[in-house]
Write a protein that binds this ligand. Structure first.
Ligand code: ADP
Ligand code: TMP
Length: 242
């Protein structure tokens, strides 16, 4: 499959750390997301590439968006266009990252002074302001209102969807031998509706092997653990059957 955006000469409108966005011809309601092999951590301070990550992450996201749709959760996903590209609705994004956690890890373990891997009595939901310059500071709903980041009702709906997604993803990964430790989601508005957007991949989720507790996600890159591509391939293989 060739890259549609290059083949058709569509205009690149944004290049981020992991993806590029292209216009979809003259259709302003749609965009192409192109998944790169580039990997960054710590707000871009650590940079590298992970072989084939773009193909793995595009495929994993497509499969998980389909799984969620089958469970009544709508997203920006329209169709897979090529190995690294999907067609999505062009959303007005909320400048907020929604993180849901089932076990302590990463910044939560550090903040609370506990070891990683402690099962939480109930899920933790956190909001972060999406800003590389500021290092994505943690915020709450009062910030959303005070700094005019969006409508409270939209943020509340996104929070509810983020928690509903937890049930679907936890079950799916559990059946495939993995613990869903935590994940980050982004949402946007399309025709007045809140939709799940961006990606759901090992870049944005922590997944641990249920038996060995081995990490099968971007922490292998963040922490120089080796076996990075193999970890992404494992999630790609599991999700290919959806
Ligand atoms: P970053 O911008 O954080 O470096 P990426 O490299 O993943 O991240 O770039 C993708 C960008 O596209 C993100 O900023 C994300 O908020 C945005 N985005 C994701 N889905 C959509 C969508 N459906 N409509 C508009 N923007 C989107
Ligand atoms: P954290 O423990 O570093 O706060 O990360 C929580 C989850 O969010 C983890 O699954 C990784 C994901 N994440 C992102 O997708 N983007 C980010 O910029 C950060 C900091 C975390």
């Amino acid at each position: 499959m060739k890259n549609i955006s290059e083949e058709k000469g569509f205009k690149k409108i944004y290049e981020g750390k992991a993806k590029m966005l292209y216009e979809y011809g003259g259709d302003e309601k749609k965009l192409i997301t192109y998944f790169k092999d580039d990997a960054t951590a710590f707000n871009g301070q650590k940079k590298g590439t992970i072989a084939n990550k773009g193909e793995y992450n595009n495929s994993i996201s497509v499969s998980l968006f389909k799984l969620l749709k089958n469970n009544g959760i709508e997203s920006h996903f329209i169709e897979k266009l090529s190995e690294r590209e999907m067609l999505v609705y062009n959303l007005k994004m909320l400048p907020v990252e929604f993180v849901v956690r089932n076990y302590t890890a990463g910044s939560l373990a550090k903040k609370m002074g506990v070891e990683e891997g402690v099962k939480l009595i109930s899920p933790v939901l956190e909001l972060y302001f999406k800003s590389d310059e500021l290092g994505d500071p943690m915020i709450n709903e009062t910030y959303v209102k005070a700094f005019d980041m969006g409508e409270i009702k939209d943020v509340e709906e996104a929070e509810n969807i983020a928690l509903k997604i937890n049930g679907v993803l936890k079950d799916f990964f559990d059946k495939n031998g993995l613990l869903l430790v935590d994940y980050k989601l982004e949402f946007g508005i399309f025709n007045g509706r809140i939709l799940l957007a961006d990606e759901i991949t090992p870049d944005t989720m922590r997944l641990w092997d249920k038996l060995t507790l081995e990490k099968v996600d971007k922490d292998r890159f963040r922490r120089d653990l080796g076996g990075v591509e193999e970890a992404y391939k494992r999630i790609y293989d599991i999700t290919s059957n959806i």
